[in-house]
Design a protein around this ligand. Structure first.
Ligand code: SAM
Length: 218
């Protein structure tokens, strides 16, 4: 595992995960990134499928709250961090989730029955490199997606979007600590990475967050 790949997941443990919903979802999203958590939850409501793979699961809050199209969805959880996987799996134990410990910048994840939807929420800005490098995450999970499936998610961008002074300051701190790695993450680069891989791409900017939906893998 590359050491810089490790940095973006190293902060997550049982103690920090217990604070995550308050610090990120309740406070930072609306007040700093200027993207209310409800906007991201709406993306889940709209696009989550009966068989859904979530990648970079954190606490599993969105999976706990979103409306699946079936009362008995198949839910896969994929993350490099064992504590994130266990935390999210415990939270949505009612769905009997499958768990996969995978580095999304590693080899393509083969051997799984494909899913209708794949969510990558607040994962890309944790990954090292520029967007072109971190977009390899889409290639890693491609074998897990049905050909008619949808990929959606959100990422905090630093260029091509409105970034407030508070957001710029917090981003600088998180980048210095290695929690984020998004100094080169721009909206045009995100669009290019998605266009290269999918025929239908929609990106909505809310605050400094890019919310994306992509279908039709090339
Ligand atoms: C900021 S949290 C996002 C949690 C959740 N999706 C949300 O939006 O609330 C990022 C998650 O991505 C995981 N992660 C970071 N780098 C990873 C990598 N290289 N491969 C797989 N998962 C990774 C972390 O362990 C963590 O669970």
């Amino acid at each position: 595992m590359a050491s810089d790949t490790r940095a973006g997941q190293a902060i997550y443990n049982n103690r920090t995960l217990r604070l995550y919903d308050l610090v990120v979802l309740r406070l930072s999203n609306p007040l700093v990134w200027r993207c209310p958590t409800a906007r991201i939850l709406a993306l889940y409501h709209r696009h989550v499928g009966t068989a859904h793979l979530d990648v970079g699961v954190g606490t599993g809050w969105y999976l706990d709250r979103c409306r699946f199209p079936s009362p008995t969805p198949r839910v896969g959880l994929m993350d490099l961090n064992a504590d994130s996987l266990a935390f999210a799996a415990h939270r949505i134990a009612r769905y009997r989730p499958e768990t996969y410990r995978v580095d999304v910048l590693g080899a393509p994840a083969g051997g799984l029955a494909p899913f209708d939807s794949i969510g990558l929420t607040y994962l890309l800005h944790c990954l090292p490199g520029d967007i072109a490098e971190k977009a390899k995450a889409f290639d890693t999970v491609r074998p897990c997606l049905r050909d008619d499936g949808v990929v959606f998610g959100a990422t905090i961008l630093s260029g091509g979007v409105p970034v407030t002074a508070a957001a710029r300051t917090l981003m600088r701190i998180y980048n210095r600590k290695g929690v984020f790695s998004n100094v080169d993450d721009t909206l045009p680069a995100l669009r290019a990475a998605l266009d290269q891989r999918f025929r239908f791409v929609e990106i909505t900017v809310v605050g400094c967050v890019g919310l994306f939906v992509a279908r039709g893998p090339r």
